[in-house]
Ligand binder design. Structure first.
Ligand code: MSP
Length: 506
């Protein structure tokens, strides 16, 4: 039976202006989704927007809109960006969707039935004019509101709690039994010691928040935004509504998140799921943060990288490639346009593009664009390299090590370029060594096809173009075992007149 994969991004605060951080997670998730679809596996890939909370309420009233009107207007910023970034999600979830509202309430009832919800008192530093509790981690000694600067007061309010503290030991046990459930390893260790320090119960309701989902049994309270937001992963998987879908996908959930929201995903969320008696996700992977030219990205610094702008300047695939290739997934990285241009010129123009261009050019020039599979197309040197690249590539993809996966593909590209130099097909043509010439060109064309197969998840539109150049119009259908083999392509390639895939950037 085909394996299944449920791949998620966080749901983004709908009123934020999308930046490179949002683009990064979503692009990684898209690559995984495309990679698995390409193998004919079942994929459910979701992203979406987090639409409740005080900030939305405030922004809406400032704009003279209702909160719903506001979120309906701004959600398109994300949806449009995903279109231009070639993000092929299956579901775009919005937390204001009535189905989600139902699921949050059902999930809460389930936790309550199991005895993990109780009413208590939430206390903390509160800004009365802003109607907001502030966690101590965001305050300094002055104890003033980080938003408006006015003094805070210590307040208590009635709140419902989820008994998270009861799950510390079960969570530790789960972590021990599933060493890859939180990745990378450094994050796993961080989460493990955090839980070892003991867990506090989690307040899950507020009485001061109107723009939120009401508790079904006490509508005077609304759900704390993170409780509401995390449940989106269940809503998408069909929890309580589509059992078949839920069984196919839920046990194979892979959550991609930034390191700043790992605790919500690797402590609170699995705690909630254990409470409800549901299986835990296969993996929560926390990636690092991008700085910009060495500095933290922030609105006040004015250095927020706008993905729309990057795509307009460089094209979507250079941007996608750079994000995935420049930094190991899991580590922090630095963004600069200079680095993007340099990497693009070196890897995409001078190496990848050059190999394809030279190959197609020669097939065009010496064989009128038509090259049949010769009887002796096999070659142990090519084949053993391909086997090795394939093994490393698949292993890296399984570990979400995208940069390493790409690195291994480039071994094939380098080899292709060197092969052209070594074999000097132009000399073969000149000397009339027809058989050898066809053999060499076929190998190069088939290598181009294979490189395309590896790169498709990363740069889908470029690879579709490449496959067209190779005369393979239906090149992006799910692949079979034979497609990954040397010589597994068409018996006869009818290539098109070459055009450069990545012109050099100045
Ligand atoms: N709404 C919550 C998530 C709820 S998921 C159940 C949220 N939203 S967010 O819009 O703030 O999402 C931010 C995402 O972007 C996080 O994964 C965060 O790590 C990521 N990034 C924000 N700035 C970033 C960088 N500078 N670099 C990389 N990613 C960063 O949190």
């Amino acid at each position: 039976m085909a394996k299944s994969f449920y791949i998620t991004t966080p749901i983004y605060y709908v009123n934020d202006v999308p930046h490179i951080g949002h683009a990064y997670t979503t692009c990684a998730a898209d690559i995984l989704a495309r990679f698995h679809r390409l193998q004919g596996e079942k994929v459910l890939f979701s992203t979406g927007t987090d639409e409740h909370g005080q900030k939305i309420e405030k922004a809406a009233s400032e704009a003279g809109l209702s909160p719903q009107e506001l979120v309906d207007r701004v959600v398109v910023r994300f949806q449009e960006l995903w279109k231009v970034m070639d993000i092929a999600y299956d579901v775009f979830i919005r937390t204001t969707d009535p189905v989600h509202v139902q699921v949050v309430q059902d999930f809460y009832r389930l936790l309550k039935e199991k005895g993990y919800i109780y009413k208590g008192e939430y206390e903390g530093w509160y800004c009365i004019p802003c109607e907001t509790f502030w966690p101590e981690s965001q305050l300094d000694q002055r104890l003033v509101c980080p938003d408006c600067g006015r003094p805070l007061e210590w307040l208590k309010e009635e709140s419902y709690f989820f008994a998270l503290s009861r799950f510390a030991e079960p969570l530790l046990q789960y972590l021990r039994e599933n060493p890859e459930c939180v990745m990378p390893e450094s994050r796993y260790n961080e989460i493990y010691s955090f839980i070892q320090g003991g867990l506090r119960d989690q307040s899950i309701s507020r009485t001061d928040l109107r723009w939120g989902i009401p508790l079904p049994d006490d509508p005077h309270h609304t759900f704390y935004v993170w409780f509401d937001a995390l449940v989106n992963y269940l809503t998408v998987a069909g929890f309580g509504r589509d059992e078949e879908k839920f069984e196919i996908f839920w046990p194979h959930a892979y959550h991609l998140v930034g390191k700043d929201i790992l605790r919500f995903h690797a402590v609170l969320w699995p705690g909630m799921l254990l409470g409800a008696g549901l299986p835990l996700p296969q993996r929560v992977f926390a990636h690092g943060w991008w700085t910009v030219e060495g500095e933290k990205m922030s609105k006040s610094r004015g250095n927020v990288v706008d993905p729309y702008e990057m795509i307009r300047r460089y094209g979507v695939d250079r941007f996608r490639y750079f994000l995935m290739r420049e930094v190991s997934f899991g580590l922090d990285g630095d963004f600069s346009e200079r680095a993007l241009r340099e990497r693009s010129n070196a890897d995409l123009s001078d190496n990848f593009g050059n190999m394809i261009h030279r190959t197609l050019n020669m097939v065009w020039k010496y064989c009128h664009g038509v090259i049949e599979k010769p009887g002796d197309y096999r070659d142990p040197e090519w084949e053993s390299l391909l086997e090795d690249v394939k093994e490393k590539f698949f292993l890296a993809m399984e570990q979400f090590a995208f940069a390493q996966a790409l690195e291994s593909v480039w071994r094939l590209v380098h080899f292709g370029n060197r092969y052209i130099d070594r074999q000097a097909p132009w000399r073969m043509a000149k000397e009339g060594r027809e058989r050898e010439l066809k053999q060499v060109l076929y190998r190069l064309v088939d290598c181009s096809r294979m490189v395309g197969l590896f790169l498709y998840p990363f740069m889908p539109s470029t690879v579709v173009k490449l496959w067209k150049l190779l005369g393979m119009e239906d090149g992006c259908k799910p692949v079979q075992e034979k497609d990954w083999r040397w010589g597994g392509g068409p018996e006869c390639y009818r290539v098109r007149e070459p055009e450069p895939l990545f012109p050099r950037l100045e």
